[in-house]
Design a protein. Structure first.
Length: 756
């Protein structure tokens, strides 16, 4: 043994000796050779060496628990056993060793044990019948490796687990042993697991109306291939709840066998209709004789009865001799039908019956309605129209009755009163046509009772309308209590000038009404803008525009501003009367122009290119505006330049040269219908030609079709390729004509030397 390993052994022995002498440890692992490192699993002895077998070396450990102690599972499934080690106070202890042992003669195997932790002595499986694990020192969740949280196993400190399974039917006897518990009566616990090649589906809980029947069906099948299991005994037992029996048998407990489809069915009956919940215990028998307990489950049946409720509502106040309505709503807030529903209503003296929907059976002041059945969570409405014949406070109650002794009552109160209405209208006496016209309508109840269904109507005269274009305004104010008032504010607009009388009317229940009016004078300033300018100018010459702004209306044009937008390709030269030029706009502040007055200004501009220029002037004042425009044509002069160049020069007989003809418009006006004609000497022949228009060739004359337009400063280029036929110093001639040339054509020649 190396000196390093010897030191480790001595340290461990010394530690163990101290643990034994000190009586164990509450939370830390109190025994065995435990290396504080990760790595391969190191099997450990269950008790300390030497005196560990004869002393209580872990005095904290007192009991071990195992859940479940007995259970039934289908073959091929996995079952989790959870062991808990506790101290004498019942508190769980972490880091305690638990050994798992499957007894000889049992079916099944250990699949996996709790191997959590970082120590080299963590849990391990020795073989399929024996394994070791340690209780956890913190909370853990065993999630079975799936995404379903409902089957997770939640472990607390002091617990550990083991998983067993069996591929065949039979019984597994398993022992959980805690070697740290000194008392032999408490250091082990036994569990039994029965395995059957069977699965079962218990019936789900249900809800039924009271006094009806309900079937429960349990299905039993093989776990291996899900084929039905016939002849399995299934027992149903009523655990608690309302009195009832099963068919067949007529008892609180019934046993039936599964049919060829693996189904076992019973029918539950109530002795007397009653609400409540029956909890049902279901036991499935198995084994070779198919009568041994195999599975137990539970389901329930909740019996529910009908309910009945009534709600009555009415307006808090009504006018004398005015019709109003009672609303009666009968509802069934349960999940089953309410039968034989009847509603009654006795009207008090002073309230007179008018009509109802549905129709009522009337006997004096007594009314009744037979509604019959009201379905689950359903309601039936009754509308009762009445009239108050005298002033006072009236209470009216409605009653409802139904099968099973159900009943209910609700009341509503209405005060019958006599109101009085007054309306007042406020408006300005004079406005401009563009001004908003504020109107205030004030309605007051000066009577001793509430005014109901108060309606305000304002029919506007021709020429006035609301801002959204309405000429008739109706406002449903509703109810005005005694002394209460309501103000309605309007904003009107006028579409013409003149004097307008505006009248408003207010009405309410009981024939109440009142009216009020006011007079408004609407005025308007009217701006008229005129603009004078010459119809034609040449490019570069200054032009004066004269602008006049007049007010032909019946109100001053205040804060009048005149603007004139300078067109593109025109230059600002000057403006009279303090006109300011900025961002291509000339602006004059003309102030107030009274009715019948006018103001004139001038602006001088210079055109920089040809064209038809539209010059717009706009005048704006409070409540008035107008525009005027002037058109002027700026004319230019065309000037055409003709140039001809040959390349190459000279040329050898049989070779070619190209004449490039350039036509440039050097003027300020378009050149139109430009025609190029090329004449070849006898020493040359035409090879090819191209240009902006198509060329035709006849007898050594190349004629290009007319070019419709050549803008100022634009260039049109033509090319003619010729071949030399004979030696000589020849002349290639080009003629140019256009609409603008009133003299003979422009001629241009180009000399070319042809040699042998």
């Amino acid at each position: 043994m190396s000196s390093r390993n010897f030191v480790k052994v001595v340290a461990v022995v010394a530690t163990l000796s101290g643990l034994v002498a000190g009586g164990g440890c509450r939370k830390h692992m109190p025994h065995a050779f435990t290396w504080p490192a990760t790595g391969d699993i190191i099997p450990t002895h269950p008790k300390p060496p030497s005196c560990g077998y004869y002393k209580d070396w872990d005095p904290y450990s007192a009991t071990i628990e195992l859940t479940p102690l007995t259970d039934v599972n289908p073959v091929g499934s996995q079952h989790i056993l959870v062991a808990t080690v506790r101290d004498k106070h019942g508190d769980p202890l972490p880091n305690r060793r638990v050994e798992w042992i499957i007894s000889q003669g049992s079916v099944g195997d250990i699949i996996e044990v709790d191997s959590s932790g970082w120590r080299a002595s963590r849990g391990y499986k020795v073989d399929n019948s024996f394994a070791v694990s340690h209780t956890n020192n913190k909370h853990r969740v065993l999630d079975r490796g799936n995404d379903d949280p409902s089957d997770d196993v939640h472990l607390t400190p002091g617990q550990t687990w083991c998983v067993i399974s069996s591929p065949v039917e039979g019984t597994t006897h398993i022992i959980a042993y805690a070697p740290g518990i000194y008392d032999w009566r408490n250091h082990k616990v036994f569990a039994t697991k029965h395995w059957y090649d069977a699965q079962w589906e218990f019936p789900p809980p249900g809800t039924n109306p009271i006094g009806t029947q309900h079937e429960f069906t349990t299905r039993v099948m093989r776990a291996s291939d899900r084929t039905p299991l016939e002849g399995q005994e299934v027992t149903y037992e009523i655990v608690d709840g309302p009195a009832g029996t099963f068919d067949p048998g007529g008892e609180r407990r019934a046993t039936v066998v599964t049919d060829s489809d693996g189904r076992a069915t019973v029918t539950l009956n109530q002795d007397e209709p009653a609400e409540g919940t029956n909890n049902i215990r279901i036991t499935v028998a198995g084994g070779e004789d198919r009568r041994a307990p195999m599975a137990e489950g539970r389901t329930s049946k909740t019996w529910i009865g009908p309910r009945i409720a009534i709600q009555k509502s009415a307006p808090a106040r009504a006018l004398i001799n005015e019709e109003f309505q009672y609303s009666i709503v009968v509802s069934n807030p349960s999940q089953v039908n309410a039968e034989d529903v009847v509603v009654t209503d006795d009207l008090p003296d002073g309230i007179e019956y008018v009509s109802s929907s549905p129709s009522a059976q009337v006997s004096g002041q007594s009314l009744s309605w037979s509604l019959g059945r009201v379905g689950p969570n359903a309601s039936e409405a009754i509308t009762l129209t009445v009239r108050g014949t005298r002033v006072g406070q009236f209470t009216n109650c409605a009653d409802v009755r139904a099968e099973h002794g159900l009943e209910g009552r609700d009341c509503a109160e209405t005060r019958i009163a006599a109101p009085e209405l007054v309306v007042e209208k406020q408006c300005p006496t004079e406005v401009l046509i563009c001004d908003p016209i504020p109107i205030a309508l004030i309605v007051r109840n000066t009577g001793d009772g509430p005014a109901t269904n108060v309606r305000l109507v304002d029919e506007l005269p021709e020429g006035l309308a609301t801002q959204d274009g309405q000429r008739s305004l109706t406002v449903d104010i509703g109810t005005l209590e005694p002394g209460q008032s309501r103000q309605v504010d309007l904003v009107l607009e006028a579409d013409r000038t003149g004097t307008f009388e505006n009248r408003a009317t207010v009405t309410a229940d009981g024939g109440l009404s009142d009216e009020a009016s006011c007079t408004i004078v609407v005025r308007q300033p009217i701006l008229e803008v005129s603009k004078e300018a010459p119809a034609e100018r040449f490019i570069g010459r200054s032009t004066e525009y004269r602008i006049t702004v007049a007010n032909s209306g019946d109100a001053p044009a205040n804060q009048t501003v005149l603007t004139d937008t300078v067109p593109e390709a025109m230059e600002f030269v000057s403006a009279s009367d303090g006109g300011q030029f900025s961002n291509n706009v000339v602006t004059w502040n003309l102030g107030t122009i009274n009715p019948g007055d006018s103001r004139s200004v001038t602006v001088t501009l210079r055109p920089t290119r040809r064209g038809d220029f539209r010059n717009v002037a706009s005048a704006r004042a409070i409540c008035a505006e107008d525009t005027a425009e002037a058109h002027m044509e700026a004319r230019g002069v065309p000037a055409i330049l003709l140039e001809v160049v040959d390349d190459p020069d000279p040329i050898e007989v049989g070779t070619t040269t190209i004449y490039t003809i350039s036509v440039t418009n050097q003027g300020t006006a378009d050149g139109t219908n430009i025609v190029i004609v090329c004449r070849l000497p006898s020493e040359q022949e035409h090879v090819a030609s191209d240009g902006p228009t198509r060329a035709t060739v006849e007898d050594r004359v190349v004629t290009f079709a007319p070019l419709p337009q050549l803008d100022p400063k634009d260039v049109a280029v033509y090319r003619v390729e010729v071949r030399g036929l004979a030696e000589g110093d020849v002349r290639f001639t080009v003629e140019l004509t256009s609409d603008q040339l009133v003299s003979p054509p422009v001629l241009e020649t180009e000399a070319t030397y042809i040699y042998e």
